[in-house]
Design a binder for this molecule. Structure first.
Ligand SMILES: Cc1cc2nc3c(=O)[nH]c(=O)nc-3n(C[C@H](O)[C@H](O)[C@H](O)COP(=O)(O)O)c2cc1C
Ligand code: SF4
Length: 695
């Protein structure tokens, strides 16, 4: 198989197939967009070789019957049309096959399964827990397992081979056998889950036997030019006695000998620990698996695929050094399907960045279709090109230069409308600039959007405060309000004191733009802030993030009232700057607005860094050196030098009211319509642009 470049779309379960296993237009258009964007090889998402058995999502692509071939053929054709190649990731979910559990089908395993709990449930909201109800099975007793016999194994091997034959008939260029991530073949490879004493257990060779039989059977049933890739785990994180790199090296060599054409080096983390998912396979640490791929490369002669949050320039270096042969990307290609073409045409700066918010994969956790926070077009490719040129050019005024406002301006200018964008601060970015202080990936999105609007014929005015009069004077056809939320602290006794900041005051202090907040600081802090502001330091997010590790006007012991998204991200920022933080959340759940996987990560890190968190805390008073609260009937105090009230965000409808009767169509997007996260604002922008196109 020859590829046009070394970029690979990593397999990503999308939930876009139909419930009966067929390819849908939504699924095909999603893959077609990645082919069109220049990726060399697409690995189709986890697909069920033995469907319905072994399915991991409600809408899993199936390869188990001939009736699926026409849909798969169309998928392969539409990908090939754009010069990309495609392989099908054939899988059996084993003990992770939640659809088997839901349907009451017994689940094959190598050895009896050790019972174990999961701390994942602790981070879920009540609504999310509802999505996991299937895990109980139809009788409420959970999954039923059976130990595979030699005959069961032989039958499954044959099913994998038949599935590969169907992939070939449908025009696929090969398959990737999924032998990682805790699924059936990995359960055999892992010394933790495989305790067999027959020829499928014990030594590395024996544990790999099932996988090797699958490889050989597929080779025998297809042809020499049909590519067989194998995805392996180089490590099972948080599983004592699980797969280690040495095991992976043995398996890689055996796969090569059995006829595999490439090894795709991933890893797995014990899903009983909510944090593990961001260790593997969705590694949070940049380039976290590179050393694994390098090690595999040294022991095999076939190509090796590296994956795991690898930036293009980092990947380029490793490819050039021969550390691995192909670079697979997952999330980056959800955020921007045109990444390869942009790289090739020297437009790396125009790549829409992933912000590592984990919304995409959290959707899969709750059985919803995959989506992307920064690219609402992901999964909506079938809706067509929404920035096709408009037949009527309108005058449009966008007020507010946060992500929603910038995205709306970008799309509308792309359609040929005459767009003005006003922002009251000196810099574009809105709330995302503040969020970028706490979480670096957000900064890349701010820069991307700011550069994108700057590159278009948009009249951008920063430092411009909108009023009814100056808006009316513009005579725009459409006014889009993207002015964000107002954050006013609820009426807690003591909130007016100098050491208490509400959300807007804190934001203003950090950016040096809120006189009310700055007035609360002591004279030395005020002077330092004045110097920072006049030297333009406060405009550079990266520098501020760095400098704030050395100094910032926040005391050493802080109570944050409110454990929502803002409270948690703020706490994360403060503990990283050695503040002793206590979070008091009045409700039962924490960080509900954060995607499950990111929430789990933040909560884990907060606890690890010594933050104390209380839920259901009814705040009664803020004093000079303490906050008093009740949990149930118990009264508690926590000592502190600073209090930040991170709650009370409300849509800012002030301007909407003022604009009544202004003579233009007025629209609201993002937080000024409904308080949410970046994904909500960006999606709002897209939907508004689509709505404006209607006759
Ligand atoms: C939404 C989502 C779904 C995924 N589903 C699969 C899958 O079906 N099969 C698989 O082997 N890995 C799956 N992964 C892991 C990716 O293939 C990839 O290894 C991982 O995201 C790390 O690469 P990245 O940092 O470039 O995203 C998934 C990842 C994401 C984000
Ligand atoms: S949803 Fe978030 S993590 Fe997933 S690809 Fe998009 S930006 Fe990245």
């Amino acid at each position: 198989m020859e590829l046009r470049n070394r970029l690979v779309l990593a397999a990503m379960g999308s939930n876009f197939a139909s419930p009966d296993g067929h390819c849908t237009e939504r699924l095909i258009a999603y893959y077609e967009a990645r082919a069109k964007g220049g990726t060399g090889l697409l690995v189709l998402e986890t697909s069920a070789a033995c469907w319905p058995n072994g399915s991991t999502m409600p809408n899993t692509v199936a390869f188990s019957r001939d009736e699926f071939i026409p849909g798969l053929t169309e998928l392969a054709e539409r990908v090939h049309r754009h010069g990309a190649r495609i392989v099908a990731q054939l899988n059996h979910g084993g003990k992770m096959a939640q659809e088997d559990t839901a349907a009451g089908r017994p689940i094959p395993v190598p050895s009896p399964v050790k019972p174990g709990g999961s701390d994942m449930f602790k981070v879920l909201t009540r609504e999310e827990v509802g999505h996991f109800i299937k895990a109980a099975g139809p009788d409420g007793k959970g999954p039923r397992y059976y130990e595979m016999t030699g005959e069961d194994i032989a039958a499954t091997v044959a099913e994998f081979a038949s599935a590969a034959v169907r992939a070939r008939l449908a025009g696929f260029d090969g398959v990737e056998i999924h032998a990682g991530h805790g699924y059936l073949l990995a359960n055999f490879l892992s010394p933790y889950t495989n305790k067999r004493t027959d020829r499928y257990g014990g030594s590395g060779e024996n544990r790999a036997r099932f996988l090797l039989e699958v490889i050989r059977a597929i080779r025998a049933a297809t042809s020499a030019d049909f590519a067989i890739l194998v995805r392996l785990d180089a490590k099972e994180y948080r599983i004592e006695g699980g797969i280690e790199l040495a095991d992976c090296l043995v398996t890689s060599r055996l796969c090569e000998q059995a006829g595999a054409d490439a090894i795709d080096v991933s890893a797995y983390g014990n899903t009983a620990h909510a944090i593990a998912f961001t260790e593997a396979p969705l590694v949070h640490e940049p380039g976290g698996f590179v050393e694994f791929a390098k090690a595999v490369k040294q022991v095999v002669g076939i190509p090796v695929i590296g994956v795991g949050r690898i930036e293009p320039e980092v990947g380029e270096r490793h490819l050039a050094a021969g550390d691995f042969d192909f670079l697979a990307m997952g999330r980056k290609l959800l955020a921007d399907p045109d990444l390869p073409n942009k790289l090739m045409s020297g437009q790396a700066g125009a790549i829409r960045p992933c912000i590592y918010c984990y919304i995409c994969v959290s959707q899969i956790f709750i059985n919803q279709p995959m989506c992307c926070a920064v690219n609402p077009g992901t999964g909506r490719e079938y809706e067509g090109d929404i920035i096709a040129r408009s037949t009527q050019s309108r005058k449009i005024l966008v007020i507010g230069g946060g992500p929603g406002g910038m995205e709306a301006a970008r799309l509308l200018a792309g359609k040929g409308h005459r767009v003005s964008l006003w922002e009251k601060e000196k810099d574009l970015g809105g709330t995302a600039r503040i969020a970028a202080l706490a979480y670096e990936p957000n900064e890349r999105l701010v820069h991307y959007l700011a550069a994108a609007v700057a590159a278009l014929p948009i009249d951008i005015r920063t430092g411009k405060t909108a009023t009814r009069d100056n808006i009316a004077a513009e005579n725009a056809d459409h006014i889009i309000l993207a002015t964000g939320a107002i954050r006013k602290a609820p009426p807690i006794p003591g909130r007016e004191q100098r050491h208490v900041f509400d959300g807007d005051q804190l934001r203003g202090v950090l950016l040096g733009s809120d006189p009310e907040g700055i007035a609360k600081l002591n004279p030395v802090y005020r002077l330092m802030l004045f110097c920072a502001r006049t030297s333009q330091l406060l405009r550079n997010i990266k520098l501020m993030r760095f400098m704030s590790k050395l100094w910032m006007p926040i005391a050493g012991e802080v109570v944050i009232i409110g454990g929502g998204l803002v409270g948690l991200e703020l706490a994360e920022y403060l503990v990283e700057r050695r503040r002793k933080v206590t979070i008091l959340e009045p409700g039962p759940a924490l960080g509900a607005e954060l995607a499950i996987v990111r929430r789990a990560r933040v909560l884990h890190l907060l606890k690890l860094n010594g933050a104390t968190i209380y839920t259901k805390a009814r705040i009664t008073a803020i004093d000079r050196d303490k906050v008093s609260f009740h949990i149930d009937e118990k009264q508690l105090d926590v000592h502190c030098k600073q209090v930040i009230i991170a709650m009370g965000a409300q849509p800012d409808d002030n301007m909407m009211m003022q604009l009544q009767g202004v003579g233009a169509a007025v629209h609201r997007i993002g937080d000024c319509r409904e308080v949410g996260y970046i994904d909500g604002a960006i999606l709002d922008a897209r939907q508004l642009v689509q709505k404006l196109e209607l006759p």
